[in-house]
Design a protein around this ligand. Structure first.
Ligand code: ASP
Length: 390
């Protein structure tokens, strides 16, 4: 914890400054100049080749340097030879500094930093990206501040039903669960579906039965209860609406769907997302978080993406997979593809929210079209950041 906090900025920092190397916050669409014409066509055609040659050159020299320096020092060789990165989010929405007490803000930043450190510690030891994202998401699920696992929002009937998913970019294997109750760490169950069942998606009671067979931890209703969520639900009941947890105006509100993407030392990427969904949801509503391609996607060829926001537009936009498609078929960079999906396509569909992403080269981005997004990243080149507002 201490290590990262020495590098974590105060919330007032201009976050884009800290992301100049690998991660970035997208410009507002009004400032976005469409990339067309001869110049862009030439850059588009040449740059992947140049980038590829440059990467090969850097990799060769890193390998050479690592071989010279690696006299029994595994950790040093690991960090010289390979890059690893973890990016997380804790939900997006109308998150305004003026609505936040200093104490609450500090608690959010601490929760984000703890999740980053937990997942990153595994990546540092050479663990797969899948383990890194699972550990980071479990840490956020265990934190009552975020809308996932403990502290999930209430549905219209007063229950707390959760959705989660996970995907491996190397094998394209995926696991997901929806509308489950009393599962302590929904992402752990999604992982078990991926690794121990022939299926991709299980829901409700069936998912619970599967969890029982595979020793997944459960918890009583009390464990998931949060007074803040309860008050938020009561307020929504009066209006009869469904809401993104972050947008309900309550003093001292504590919200946030969670997700993580990672690149490991072996060049594999993975994504995971977990949520309690939207407050006052009904009829067994399932959001994008458990839908592979909508809220979560990972493919070593392109990127790993985890989304947060108003689930319905994200489902209709097949948001996470669209980023991957734009990279694969249109040759866009991770940042360009995420920016197009979040700040143009989703905005046109009233799709408020954001996403975090990483590609197999270690580029990372955290892009949102809402007032804020709880987020953070940490990479093997020593860069790290946690932030909340625009
Ligand atoms: N995307 C989630 C859902 O629609 C909600 C959120 O990200 O806050 O269920």
């Amino acid at each position: 914890m201490t290590a990262i906090f020495s590098k974590v900025s105060t919330p007032a920092i201009n976050v884009s400054r800290a992301y100049t190397m690998n991660a970035s916050v997208a410009p507002h669409p009004r400032n976005h100049t469409p990339k067309t014409g001869m110049k862009f066509a030439v850059i588009k055609a040449i740059s992947p080749f140049v980038r590829f040659r440059l990467n090969m050159f850097i990799k060769t020299w890193k390998l050479f340097a690592a071989k010279i320096l690696n006299f029994g020092c595994n950790k040093l060789s690991l960090s010289l030879m390979s890059k690893y990165t973890l990016v997380i989010h804790g939900g997006a929405g109308t998150i305004l500094k003026e609505d936040m007490s200093g104490e609450l803000e500090a608690a959010y930043l601490k929760g984000l930093a703890h999740a980053l450190n937990t997942g990153f510690a595994l990546l540092e030891k050479g663990a797969p990206a899948l383990d890194g994202v699972k550990a980071a998401v479990m840490s956020l699920e265990d934190n009552i501040l975020f809308n996932a696992g403990k502290g999930s929002v209430f549905a219209k009937d007063g229950s707390q039903e959760m959705d989660a998913s996970i995907m491996d970019g190397k094998t394209l294997m995926a696991g997901s669960i929806s509308a489950v109750r009393n599962i302590r760490n929904p992402v752990e169950l999604a992982y078990a579906v991926m690794t121990q069942s022939p299926h991709v998606m299980l829901n409700g009671q069936g998912a619970y039965d599967f969890a029982m067979l595979h020793g997944i931890k459960t918890a009583p209703d009390d464990y998931f209860f949060s007074q803040f969520r309860y008050d938020q639900w009561k307020q929504m009941q009066v209006s009869g609406k469904t809401a993104l947890d972050h947008n309900v105006v309550i003093k001292d509100k504590k919200f946030g769907t969670v997700g993580a993407v990672a690149l490991d030392v072996n060049g594999n990427i993975a994504a995971a997302t977990s949520t309690g969904g939207m407050t006052n949801k009904q009829y067994g509503r399932v959001g994008d978080s458990s839908i592979i391609g909508a809220g979560t996607y990972a493919n070593n060829k392109t990127c790993a993406i985890s989304c947060t926001g108003h689930g319905e537009p994200f489902i209709r936009a097949v948001a996470a997979y669209d980023v991957s498609c734009l990279m694969e078929y249109e040759g866009l960079s991770l940042h360009e593809a995420m920016n197009l999906v979040v700040n143009e396509k989703l905005l046109q569909m009233d799709g408020e929210g954001g996403m975090v992403g990483v590609d197999a080269q270690g580029n990372a981005a955290m892009i949102f079209n809402s007032a804020g997004m709880y987020r953070g990243f940490r990479s093997s080149d020593g860069m790290s950041e946690v932030a909340i507002y625009k």
